[in-house]
Design a protein around this ligand. Structure first.
Ligand SMILES: [Zn+2]
Length: 237
């Protein structure tokens, strides 16, 4: 009898722990932007602060997660993607793409300039993933807003299959992209996995011209800026 009671107590305790664990996971994965992220987005009124190595390594090296349903339908998401667009198209930069960790938000959001389309428009991709890579490999120079003053030669696949949510309808979409635009997708999606082009480059080099570029863009860190306390910490509110 006593043994049975002990087993039942243990089973009850296990159930409580399991439910508590599920609640914690839901808290971390289902809620919206945390207090730090809200401040970054709410203060955005133009070109955003761009995270750089080494001072923003925690953000740049953390994996980004998909936006939750709540985040996808929030006004903050619109404000965030608007700010990312203004940042990548700033005249002092020659950007062709940007990923959300570059403005301090670890979510799977990128802007890519579609050089393969007429008019070469910038397009935004939410919850973006590369389903497959193929095609003739190509080696070419790359730079990054988050690694200013530097370039490197990187080997990339010639084609990618991209899955994402349409920015307006939030419907799932897929697209096949080839050529240099496929390279941009690979560079930006690497950011979402905490990977930078310098990790893959055959060679890295600097030039005075790119140093001038670095000086032209405002990389100064705002006083209110806070780095994440620790990766994957559950501090949603
Ligand atoms: Zn980059």
């Amino acid at each position: 009898m006593k043994k049975t009671a002990t087993i039942l107590s243990a089973a009850y305790a296990l159930m409580v722990l399991t439910l508590a664990g599920a609640a914690l996971q839901a808290c971390c994965c289902q809620n919206g932007f945390d207090a730090r992220e809200k401040e970054i987005i709410d203060r955005q009124d133009g070109v955003m602060y761009v995270t750089t190595l080494p001072q923003d390594s925690v953000t740049l090296r953390a994996p980004s997660r998909d936006l939750s349903e709540r985040e996808l339908r929030s006004a903050r998401l619109r404000k965030l993607v608007d700010g990312m667009y203004l940042t990548v198209t700033d005249p002092s930069q020659d950007g062709v793409g940007i990923a959300a960790p570059q403005v301090g938000i670890n979510r799977r959001i990128i802007w890519v300039q579609r050089l393969d389309k007429e008019g070469e428009p910038f397009e935004c991709y939410l919850n973006v993933h590369l389903d497959s890579l193929w095609g003739e490999p190509r080696r070419g120079p790359e730079g990054c807003l988050s690694v200013p003053g530097m370039r490197g030669i990187v080997r990339r696949s010639g084609a990618v299959l991209v899955s994402y949510l349409d920015r307006e309808s939030l419907e799932p979409r897929k697209d096949t992209v080839k050529g240099f635009t496929a390279v941009i997708f690979q560079h930006e999606c690497d950011h979402l996995d905490g990977i930078l082009y310098i990790d893959k480059a055959d060679s890295l080099y600097r030039s005075p011209e790119w140093e001038a570029e670095r000086e032209a863009f405002d990389y100064s860190r705002p006083e209110w800026w806070k780095s994440p306390a620790m990766p994957n910490k559950c501090n949603n509110q």
